[in-house]
Design a protein around this ligand. Structure first.
Ligand SMILES: [Zn+2]
Length: 261
């Protein structure tokens, strides 16, 4: 039935659905690190605690209409809310357009939502909650029986993705005597491996290290942070995995062709 819709309408539906999903991701991003329930109670102003009415809960639009402030206490509302909603909306529309309807689309949307939540939580709290990464590994593995990358590549991906990063974390700790990577990063890359398979998990790790070093270098050059400023690596894993899920196979092809004489 969905094939009968004009492409533009289907895309708009996907984006609207994504905005609503993003609104729920905001609840997870705000409440999970505080150990609050994500299903109860309904959304409230984090500052004065007043419950929000339906028209204050419309993704992006409410934030704009209310001028980024709570209607009662005038406390400013973080731009993270409309940003996450808009990002999730764009992600849903892009994934719909790129993958088309099917199990692979569902798998990639679930991964995308997990990545957005982990990205935001790691950026703010330097934390990658087990409540997302561990179920994520299982869900990614289950999806792999019905869609790419297949269960063998998924299983190897979870083990290799987590294993490689665990090895790096161990080596770093032995050499530097301080923790550079957390177990959260290990579990997050294992989750990415379960969803995308071992090849794209390695692409993810390379992209994450590359973008992480680049941003780290920029921060040092601009003297915004010392050498020891701990950048949350999970945010870069999220960026790397998003790129790997879309252009990863093409990137891998290009790289392997370059290696041939
Ligand atoms: Zn308020």
């Amino acid at each position: 039935m969905i094939d009968l819709l004009p492409p533009g309408v289907a895309l708009a539906f996907a984006a609207a659905f994504g905005a609503v999903a993003g609104s729920f991701l905001n609840v997870i991003i705000y409440r999970l690190p505080l150990d609050k329930s994500v299903v109860w109670p309904s959304s409230a102003c984090p500052h004065c605690g007043r419950e929000l009415s339906w028209y204050e809960n419309i993704p992006v639009a409410s934030w704009l209409a209310l001028g980024a402030r709570c209607r009662t206490c005038r406390a400013s509302i973080s731009a993270r809310y409309p940003f996450v909603e808009a990002l999730t909306a764009v992600m849903f529309a892009a994934a719909w357009w790129y993958y088309g309807p099917g199990v692979l689309l569902a798998s990639r949307l679930v991964l995308g939502c997990a990545l957005i939540a982990l990205f935001a939580i790691d950026l703010e709290h330097h934390l990658l909650p087990n409540a997302i990464t561990l179920p994520g590994i299982v869900v990614g593995f289950v999806f792999s029986f019905f869609a790419e990358p297949g269960w063998v590549a998924s299983l190897i991906g979870a083990i290799a993705g987590g294993g490689v990063l665990f090895g790096i974390a161990e080596a770093y700790y032995r050499v530097r005597r301080e923790e550079g990577l957390g177990m959260g990063d290990v579990k997050m890359l294992a989750m990415v491996g379960a969803f995308l398979g071992w090849r794209l998990a390695l692409v993810t790790l390379m992209l994450a290290s590359l973008s992480g070093s680049l941003v780290g270098l920029l921060l040092i050059v601009s003297q915004r942070a010392g050498m020891k400023y701990a950048l949350p690596f999970g945010t870069f894993i999220a960026i790397g995995a998003a790129v790997a899920a879309s252009v990863g196979p093409a990137l891998l092809d290009w790289y392997l062709r370059m290696l041939q004489p």
